[in-house]
Design a protein around this ligand. Structure first.
Ligand code: NI
Length: 166
């Protein structure tokens, strides 16, 4: 299957608030399948529409070790979140950067599947963190936004993703 190219920070698409999906057609199913293939190929645990240059509220994820339980969520919405934990996160769009991000411990998320049917999932721990990370992408929010004050990405360097302390 053809995979998507993953766009890299600071591509402006990563900052755009993605648009709601309104058409649940063949194209959307094909986008979802390609996103899953792209996630696996890049050894990611999740991937969001804007990362493949689509301003669409769709994400895919799979936190299983076997890499055989992908889930597609369209127009996801966090209904409830509880607790908090620090989550060490990377991002396929920002290579070589790890950021400690405060996340809710558990979330209940409502979404649609690729054919438009509604469902809810409850997630905890890593799975909950991945979901929050991908939903952030749909809102133009990136892990670098959680860096401590005074720490920025030094884009002038040869390796653009290096962290610099100002
Ligand atoms: Ni990411």
């Amino acid at each position: 299957m053809r995979t998507f190219e993953i766009i890299q920070y600071p591509h402006p698409m990563l900052r755009r608030k993605a648009l709601p999906v309104t058409r649940f057609d063949q194209r959307l199913s094909s986008v979802a399948r390609r996103m899953i293939a792209t996630m696996y190929r890049n050894k990611g645990v999740g991937l969001a529409g804007p990362q493949v240059n689509l301003s669409e509220r769709i994400l895919v994820f799979d936190v299983t070790e076997e890499r055989d339980q992908p889930l597609v969520m369209v127009n996801p919405e966090v209904l409830r979140s509880e607790g908090s934990r620090l989550s060490e996160e990377g991002c396929l769009s920002i290579p070589d950067v790890r950021v400690s991000v405060p996340r809710a411990e558990t979330v209940i998320v409502k979404a649609q599947d690729a054919t438009g049917g509604f469902f809810e999932i409850e997630a905890a721990g890593l799975k909950a963190a991945v979901l929050q990370h991908e939903i952030d992408h749909l809102n133009g929010v990136l892990i670098v936004d959680y860096l401590p004050e005074g720490v920025t990405l030094n884009m002038a360097r040869e390796r653009p993703s290096r962290l610099a302390v100002r």
